[in-house]
Design a protein around this ligand. Structure first.
Ligand SMILES: [Zn+2]
Length: 282
């Protein structure tokens, strides 16, 4: 079984997680940029973070035979902080880099005017850089946030086939389905979406344009829930081909639109410029 986690925050996970993911069948992933758990105070904090996603995290993943890609953006929460506004000025040079396969996570947190502006500006960058976009839907007031996100996407001129609306549930699926956007589902250990509920959604709506992720981060989460969903699908009578479609071919098709997916790169890069610093013990 080959698995592709289309949304996971590896910067907050350990090498044990990488090893367990590899053993479970995860061969590729996309790590979207998000907040740090505490407010960043300046643009430099983002620059270092973006560089670590493009360099160090990619190297770490390669050591376990996992192809690492990222999505970069100013996240919805920090779109409200004027100290972070400059991120929009540095973002274009990052969106031109290999390894960046989408703009994301963008979208709404509290649905403020500042978030509106930053969301629209970053969708315009997705159009300009011909990248797909990963749209986070808010955890509070999800239905209204999803409707409003779809309206902003429609206004942006970005092809809906290049947009995934993420963190969906039973209530928001029908809204997104008719839009032509891809449908993203984050499977969590004990809240929101679970493997059995995901299987029901696949039974109801089919496997087309469906993306399943673990969204694992620092919170209570589980990077093996993509595998658990695959197992639940098989137990419910889905075929191995169905599993391969949802958990491999769909994310490959979606992020492949960037033209930058690299799924058969070298296993472990022999060197990494930052590595000697960490190994040197200084
Ligand atoms: Zn996320």
């Amino acid at each position: 079984m080959r698995l592709f986690d289309p949304h996971i925050h590896m910067t907050s996970r350990t090498t044990d997680d990488y090893e367990a993911m590899r053993d479970a069948g995860v061969r590729a992933l996309v790590e979207p940029a998000f907040w740090l758990g505490q407010p960043r105070t300046n643009v430099g904090s983002f620059v270092d973070y973006f560089d670590s996603l493009l360099g160090w995290e990619r190297f770490r993943a390669a050591q376990f035979g996992i192809a690492h890609h990222c999505a970069l953006a100013l996240n919805p929460k920090e779109a409200n902080d004027p100290r972070c506004a400059e991120v929009l000025d540095v973002l274009p040079r990052y969106l031109a880099k290999d390894g960046v396969v989408a703009v994301g996570e963008v979208g709404y947190d509290s649905m403020t005017p500042e978030e509106d502006e930053v969301f629209a500006a970053q969708l315009a960058m997705a159009v300009e850089y011909e990248l797909p976009a990963l749209v986070h839907t808010p955890h509070r007031d999800k239905a209204r946030g999803t409707e409003r996100s779809l309206a902003v996407v429609a206004e942006s001129g970005l092809d809906p086939g290049r947009v995934v609306i993420d963190h969906l549930n039973e209530v928001t699926v029908p809204l997104v389905r008719d839009s032509g956007c891809w449908l993203g589902f984050s499977i969590y250990p004990d809240t929101k979406m679970s493997p059995p509920r995901m299987v029901e959604l696949l039974r109801t709506y089919g496997t087309e344009r469906m993306l399943v992720n673990s969204a694992a981060d620092w919170g209570r989460s589980d990077p093996l829930l993509t595998r658990a969903t695959a197992d639940a699908m098989l137990a419910a009578g889905f075929t191995e081909d169905d599993v391969d479609r949802v958990l491999w071919r769909n994310p490959v098709e979606f992020y492949g639109q960037s033209g930058r997916l690299d799924l058969d790169g070298e296993p472990a890069q022999a060197t990494y410029e930052g590595n000697s610093i960490l190994r040197g013990g200084s």
